[in-house]
Design a protein around this ligand. Structure first.
Ligand SMILES: [Zn+2]
Length: 95
């Protein structure tokens, strides 16, 4: 039967993809990779919750905390998005 995809395969694909995405997003935010991987695999809409949630702690290369107000900013952000304090230079982790 051309053009026919088994529903089981589709479900399997969604579980794998959303689980992987949840794991990556969680890792970027300093959250539990395994837990979020499982949760997102079983319930894909929660991907949005992980995506929108802020980081729990500083994640090297992703997020760091402002020394002045404690807000999280992107790693290479030169100025805090909350209080506009200039952020200290960070060494590149690429090298
Ligand atoms: Zn700040």
């Amino acid at each position: 039967m051309p053009g026919y995809v088994k529903p089981v395969f589709l479900v399997f694909l969604v579980v794998i993809v959303s689980g992987a995405c949840g794991g990556v997003l969680a890792a970027n935010r300093g959250r539990s990779v395994i837990a979020w991987c499982l949760v997102c695999a079983l319930f894909p809409p929660l991907l949005l919750a992980v995506y929108l949630s802020g980081p729990l702690c500083e994640v090297e290369g992703k997020f760091r905390r402002c020394a002045n107000c404690g807000a999280f900013n992107k790693w290479h952000e030169p100025v805090c998005g909350q209080c506009r304090t200039k952020q200290p230079e960070v060494q590149s982790i690429d090298s």
